[in-house]
Design a protein around this ligand. Structure first.
Ligand SMILES: C[S@@+](CC[C@H](N)C(=O)[O-])C[C@H]1O[C@@H](n2cnc3c(N)ncnc32)[C@H](O)[C@@H]1O
Length: 227
């Protein structure tokens, strides 16, 4: 990233993501979200043991590690050297030679090898200023092979980070279209699937007699496919 007009992604990464102590406690603070539904959304698009998947803003590998157990090659990209170090150590400890941690950003990652079958990004793109989000999404579209799938997720329920970001992306990238998520792909929970076929979970979903056990965290996800 040597171009003078380019922003320094590290400066926007969120200082906590560069802090060794914060990163060491990241999973405990974040909880341990079950990656199964997101893995299933890729599997439903045909990704399998031969597939290449890129996780952008991979953090500690909460998705990349289980994805590497399921898919052929996983490239976990993060701008934070601390996150990348932790990911590298975890991949080695788990014996996952097909998981490669790369220090780069949405704007600077240069993909090597065959185009990706899948790109995943969760709760990371919001770090970039709006103008650069659009550039980053365009770069993601170019990473994918025709027929490749992007799963875009955010733990925010702000429409500008979810539905509006996706609408802008689809308007700017005619090669990308939404592949609606079916309730059957998410354990039949029709109430978490929007009219457009995105996922939107709320604390009122999955109620339980004991309110301490009921409810889902706010979460938004869309599945987009390249023509
Ligand atoms: C809230 S964490 C989410 C991590 C992971 N995706 C998850 O859901 O657990 C945001 C991550 O995005 C990374 N990040 C921030 N800006 C980035 C950028 N421009 N390019 C790539 N990664 C970035 C941070 O270092 C951090 O690891």
């Amino acid at each position: 990233m040597t171009d003078a007009w380019m922003i320094d992604e590290l400066a926007y990464a969120g200082p906590e993501h560069l802090d060794t102590e914060f990163v060491a406690g990241y999973d405990r603070k974040q909880g341990y979200p079950d990656p199964e539904q997101e893995l299933a959304v890729f599997a439903a698009q045909g990704l399998g043991p031969q597939s290449v998947l890129v996780d952008l803003g991979a953090g500690t590998g909460q998705f990349a590690l289980p994805a590497a157990r399921r898919f052929g090659q996983v490239i976990a990209v993060d701008i934070s050297p601390v996150m990348v170090r932790q990911l590298t150590e975890r991949a080695a400890a788990a014996g996952l030679a097909n998981l490669h941690a790369v220090r780069a950003g949405f704007l600077s990652y240069e993909h090597q090898g065959p185009p990706a079958d899948g790109v995943y990004t969760r709760h990371a793109l919001h770090q970039l200023p709006d103008f650069w989000k659009t550039i980053a999404l365009g770069r993601i579209a170019r990473l994918l092979r025709p027929g490749g799938t992007l799963v875009y997720c955010t733990c925010s329920l702000e429409p500008e980070e979810g539905e509006q970001a996706v609408s802008r992306f689809l308007a700017a990238e005619p090669s990308m279209r939404r592949a609606p998520i079916e309730a059957s792909e998410v354990a039949g929970l029709a109430e978490i699937v929007t009219a457009e076929g995105d996922l939107r979970t709320l604390p009122c979903h999955l109620p339980h007699d004991d309110p301490r056990l009921g409810g889902l965290d706010g979460f938004y996800a869309a599945r987009l496919v390249k023509s």
